[in-house]
Design a binder for this molecule. Structure first.
Ligand code: ACO
Length: 148
């Protein structure tokens, strides 16, 4: 889709990619997720293969430097259509500004579209609107949250 720096790879997350947990710390609170806890969540994704599409980007020395997810929701509306939800996008601080985020979003969006989703949506902060516009998204609606 885009060109990654030489030696970088984008691929589905694997059971050995515990490093993705560290990368997510640039996004929000992660907590002390153990390797065992990571593997359990990974297995739950694998058992719903047609719902969870989680990708990582590995750099030229094999470190996980980016992670992001597409969750496919099957609906009744729009003739039993599907929507792709993009969630939990992160690029390691030292790797930002190299188009990794753009490549990740374009790849997740193309999976969503290939699967026939009639739209792909995400929630983000005001700060990230410019980034998602560069990825081909438009600002629509309003986000509502109720926290426990
Ligand atoms: N605002 C405006 N433009 C931006 C921003 C921003 N916050 N971030 C990047 N851009 C621009 C870049 O300048 C670049 O523009 P260009 O093509 O004209 O040069 C283009 O968007 C692509 O940028 P990338 O290099 O692909 O961006 P990067 O790899 O740094 O990834 C990301 C962007 C994912 C926001 C990253 O900075 C990050 O992980 N931030 C912290 C966590 C975060 O906020 N994640 C997203 C949360 S929303 C969600 O998860 C659905």
């Amino acid at each position: 889709i885009e060109c990654l720096p030489s030696g970088y790879k984008i691929r589905p997350i694997d059971k050995a990619d515990f490093g993705a947990v560290e990368v997510l710390r640039v996004l929000t609170t992660v907590g002390d997720v153990t390797r065992e806890a990571f593997e359990k969540v990974y297995e739950s994704w694998v058992s719903h293969k047609d719902t969870y599409y989680v990708l990582v980007i590995e750099n030229d020395i094999g470190d996980i430097v980016s992670v992001g997810s597409l969750i496919v929701e099957k609906k009744l509306i729009h003739n039993c259509g599907s929507i792709g939800h993009i969630e939990d996008i992160a690029v390691a601080k030292s790797e930002q500004g190299k188009k990794l985020g753009l490549t990740l979003i374009k790849t997740l969006t193309s999976i969503s579209e290939r699967l026939g989703c009639y739209k792909t949506i995400l929630d983000c902060s005001e700060n990230n609107i410019g980034f998602y516009e560069k990825c081909g998204f438009q600002k629509t609606g309003a986000m509502m949250t109720r926290r426990v």
